[in-house]
Design a protein around this ligand. Structure first.
Ligand code: NDP
Length: 453
């Protein structure tokens, strides 16, 4: 680094992508700074993936208590949940992770600034009243929940607040049909809250394989979630009793203790000072970058949710690795956004990699579809309504498996391995030649022989 600069790399935002970039750059001997105004670890650690998964675990116990009876257990006839214990234990765990992030940054040799950083022009970052010159500025400021404005929208809360509720309501309304809405509908329902999921369209999780999203809808309804499709909220008002009255476009009003809007997330680009640079924003506020994550200003890069390509933690981390290779390595690494395995931790759970049947039909001349639908073994003695559905989509011409989907228990764990198979270009013949693990649900993926379509 020339003395012209205080830092080689100044990262704004200590979330998954920003911290990975900072640590990797520091490990290559670069002088690095990270500024964070809110919490170390970003959305994922603080108000996203991690606490969400802990709540999912919590919400699954009633079904396990119920199943345990068939396995001979007794003495757990009337279990009850202490929300404050769950919430506070979760917060303690998140604080532990915040500490780990702090150590990771410290040990990497990067300087950590506790404060809001803004950009004052190319190469210039201002934090805590001081201006620093950086050869490269990396904007990794993530996203923020979006709630549309309508009469009473100020009474709605976002996923951020869900992690710190004073008490669980008796009844909750969840709005949206995407990842966060279906995940929180499952959590609330499992924790014993009467839950209404309200979505404006005809199909939940509309960007996923339709057969799979239909299975999820059926599974959620079987578990007790009230699903209202093609439904919109006109107005929310506060009643004298402290509840919220939710006026709907197509049915009677509902009273709820909480209305959660999970209606997408927007890039955190407001008031960052980007207008003092040549950086270009898309219509939705996301930062436009090229293949190397460089903005229209050569001194400014961006990655993660703030560029709104794929809003997933592991994608932000991959982007960070590619960026550091571009800036300080051989410059050969490229990010491949195809075949990204993903899971939705709704109940039943979805795991998926590759193309949906609808996408495959549009892109390939001829496909074969294999489907298996069965009852999980746990239920033979445990009872319950769950099913498991697995699906393989094969390009007939090449025999390559181009889509792999699963709804049901452990779908995320199982699909991660399938992701490697698809990345490696596995054919249906490879799947067929693989020996199953018995007894498991996963073995169905290597024993499907009959084409469904
Ligand atoms: P999504 O984009 O997944 O879903 C947003 C939903 O809100 C859609 O159903 C959309 O409907 C609906 N919506 C948007 N605007 C309005 C409106 N004005 N009125 C009513 N409904 C509206 O966003 P999420 O907030 O669920 O999640 C954000 C991102 O976070 C996800 O895309 C995902 O990338 C990531 N995430 C990943 C998780 C995981 O990996 N398990 C978990 C949670 C989040 P329509 O489809 O009709 O536009």
């Amino acid at each position: 680094m020339t003395t012209e600069f205080d830092y080689d790399l100044f990262v704004i935002g200590a979330g998954s992508g920003g911290v990975r970039a900072a640590r990797m750059a520091a490990s290559k001997g670069k002088k690095v700074a990270v500024a964070e105004e809110r919490y170390l670890g970003g959305t994922c650690v603080n108000v996203g993936c991690v606490p969400k998964k802990l709540f999912v675990y919590a919400s699954q116990f009633p079904e396990l208590f119920h199943a345990s009876k068939g396995y001979g257990w007794s003495g757990i006839e009337s279990p009850s949940l202490d929300w404050a214990t769950l919430r506070d234990n979760k917060t303690t765990e998140i604080e532990r992770l915040n500490g780990i992030y702090n150590n990771l940054i410290d040990n990497s040799g990067a300087d950590l600034f506790d404060g809001r950083a803004t950009i004052a022009g190319p190469h210039l970052v201002v934090v805590n009243g001081k201006t620093y010159r950086a050869k490269v500025i990396l904007v990794a400021t993530g996203g923020w929940p979006y709630i549309p404005e309508f009469p009473g929208s100020e009474h709605a809360i976002s996923s951020n607040e869900m992690f710190f509720l004073d008490a669980l309501p008796k009844t909750a309304v969840v709005v949206g049909g995407g990842y966060i809405a279906v995940e929180f509908a499952g959590i609330l329902n499992g924790l014993g809250v009467e839950t209404h999921l309200i979505y404006r369209g005809p199909n939940l999780l509309k960007s996923f394989d339709r057969e799979m999203s239909d299975k999820i809808k059926e599974g959620m309804i079987a578990k007790g979630v009230n699903v209202h499709l093609n439904t919109e909220i006109n107005e929310i008002t506060k009643t004298d009793g402290g509840l919220l009255n939710v006026a709907l476009n197509n049915q009677a009003d509902m009273a709820a203790g909480l209305v959660l809007y999970a209606t997408g997330r927007v890039a955190n680009t407001a008031n960052l000072g980007l207008e003092s640079t040549a950086t270009v924003l898309a219509n939705n506020g996301a930062i436009v970058v090229d293949d190397n994550f460089c903005t229209a200003d050569p001194s400014i890069y961006a990655l993660g949710d703030v560029i709104d390509r794929v809003q997933l933690t592991p994608v932000a981390i991959q982007e960070a690795m590619v960026l550091v290779d571009h800036l300080y390595g051989e410059g050969l690494a490229r990010i491949d956004y195809s075949d990204i395995p993903t899971a939705v931790f709704c109940q039943p759970e979805l795991g998926t990699v590759g193309l949906s049947e609808e996408q495959a039909r549009a892109e390939y001349a001829d496909i074969a579809v294999y489907v298996s639908d069965f009852k999980p073994m746990l239920q033979t003695l445990g009872g319950g309504t769950d099913r498991i559905t697995m699906k393989l989509i094969v390009d007939t011409a090449s025999d390559r498996v181009i889509g792999c989907h699963m709804v049901g228990e452990h779908a995320a764990e199982i699909i991660q391995g399938m992701g490697i198979a698809l990345k490696a270009g596995a054919t249906k013949a490879h799947f067929d030649a693989t020996v199953g693990i018995h007894p498991s649900a996963a073995e169905e993926f290597v024993t499907m022989r009959e084409k469904a379509r």
